[in-house]
Write a protein of this length. Structure first.
Lengths: 323, 323
């Protein structure tokens, strides 16, 4: 069994989903955002989770895509809130259509996500939807925290980790747990899958923050330093703000408050401050801690060795990624 | 049994619902919009529907409130899209907080609605949620149609009825059907309840359009003629546009396109055009048609006479309302 089989199955089913037709302003944006691609990490985690416990992993495909549609719904609404012009290099829905269309299409996508999740077998439907709903509310909580952080200079590491846990990681945890649930795993196993997915997810998000500053410009694919230019409250900036004292702090604040600056100059100056404060090493340490916790969770999962290796290899790719 | 018992039970449960706490920007607006009141028609329909078939109607309370939370979610998002400053005489959420808060709080409300609906018994959960999801998507379709109509002058009666059916009436139908489902009614009965609720709902919405022009200013509670002042595409305006010929049409178009006008003068001039065209009578005829269809649906429902009278009396209040 290779992950390509799961990915192909997801893509095939994605092609066949009918979100609706009329009015087109409501449904075209759904088709559009779903066609922009993405790594399909979440539904793949669901299928890998189901395959741990059953050969009939195909019954997890539609629920898995429910998680993917939900994720894309959050992107559509987050892009309105963040006034983002581009998503995966293409115009965002509120730019291509308008804000109202993006609000309402997103609303229908959230309904569509539930519709796909309704394909979970009847005896597992209530827990699958209860856990999904809890997770969905948490993702919104994380987005609100992220927005609240924009105007604060005193965000603690614990607050930041809690925000990315809610905004990003709980859904990765849920995706994997959902697979376990559909596959027939017991509650304790599903809890380990959830925790494992969540811990890997936190490491994944911290790595995102790290790569934006220290990524290889050739491999990274995006502009290195984008977060620094935008004053984005990443793990690195929050740690730097927490640790910088005296003239280093003054210099950092100066860069954060300048309205006119040379972008390359700001990126190299702030990166130099991070270097002085040992932020890179601290971030790498935290990333490793969360990845290690995640793999420890997976160790606790009692399943066929080869099948578990598929999950672990996929998680390793997330750990070792350079883009 | 009196409807007051159902209303009190709904209010008590509404007081006890915990939507969430943190971050407050996410959850305070939910508490706020739910506290603005409203007639609680939808959850009352669910309880009346359940009581037709079971003494244990209290098990329908939380699912019923799921419908009410969903309805208020649509109000929160519609108010953003319509740029409405007031809701039930109080500032709308996007005015009191901001647009982003209204988007994200609304999103969580949609999740909360599903969480409340998860209180349907396990053996009825899948159909309850499948029908709810279909209905929720239709409500969004209706809202998109309504927005599309704003820039069109050639909306047909059939299109308009279809829009209000989707935007308003299917949820009234679903609310009643949900009660039947929870109460243990069979599929055919639930279909009649749905159709009945939907037909009453269409009549109800048409009556809304009528009262805005022909309501008794003392009893109506709102400014009579508000829809005329705002050029709102109501049933009356759509019929007038479809029927007016020659100088009457020119006069109507003139009033619709003036940017400066005396409000009382516009209201009385457009009302006079409606009078000339017999729009009031036509609207009353349609209202009666839909109400009659609704009561015919209820006739088909096989349930205890006294219990059915509670539902029919409630529907009659909607028919005979003057505000």
């Amino acid at each position: 069994m290779s992950p390509a089989i799961f990915i192909d199955a997801l893509q095939d089913e994605l092609q066949s989903i009918k979100y609706g037709q009329d009015p087109p302003e409501l449904y075209d944006p759904i088709q559009y955002i779903m066609s922009l691609g993405g790594k399909r990490m979440r539904p793949l985690l669901t299928l890998l989770g189901a395959y741990l416990f059953t050969d009939d992993w195909k019954k997890a495909i539609r629920p898995a895509l429910g998680v993917e549609v939900f994720h894309n719904f959050t992107l559509m609404h987050d892009d309105i809130m963040d006034r983002a012009p581009l998503r995966r290099g293409q115009p965002t829905v509120h730019e291509k259509w308008n804000g109202n269309v993006a609000i309402l299409s997103g609303d229908v996508m959230l309904v569509n996500a539930y519709q796909l999740l309704l394909n979970v077998e009847a005896d597992k439907l209530a827990p699958a939807l209860a856990r999904f709903s809890r997770t969905a509310a948490e993702v919104c909580e994380g987005q609100q925290m992220d927005m609240n952080f924009e105007t604060r200079w005193d965000v603690s590491e614990a607050e930041y980790i809690d925000m990315i846990r809610l905004k990003t990681s709980v859904l990765l945890g849920y995706a994997l747990e959902l697979g376990g649930l559909i596959g027939g795993a017991d509650d304790e196993t599903n809890r380990q899958l959830y925790e494992g997915g969540m811990n890997i997810g936190i490491g994944f998000q911290l790595k995102d923050d790290l790569l934006d500053v220290y990524g290889d410009p050739i491999k990274f694919g995006k502009q290195v330093g984008g977060d620094i230019i935008a004053n984005k409250k990443t793990f690195l900036l929050i740690e730097a703000l927490a640790q910088a004292k005296g003239t280093i702090r003054d210099e950092l604040i100066d860069w954060l408050t300048r309205t006119e600056f040379s972008k390359p100059e700001k990126v190299s100056a702030v990166t130099a401050i991070y270097d002085q404060l040992g932020i890179r090493q601290l971030t790498e340490t935290r990333i490793n801690e969360y990845f290690t916790r995640g793999f420890t969770n997976f160790d606790q999962v009692n399943a066929d060795y080869d099948r578990k290796m598929l999950l672990i290899q996929f998680a390793r790719q997330l750990v070792e990624r350079e883009s």
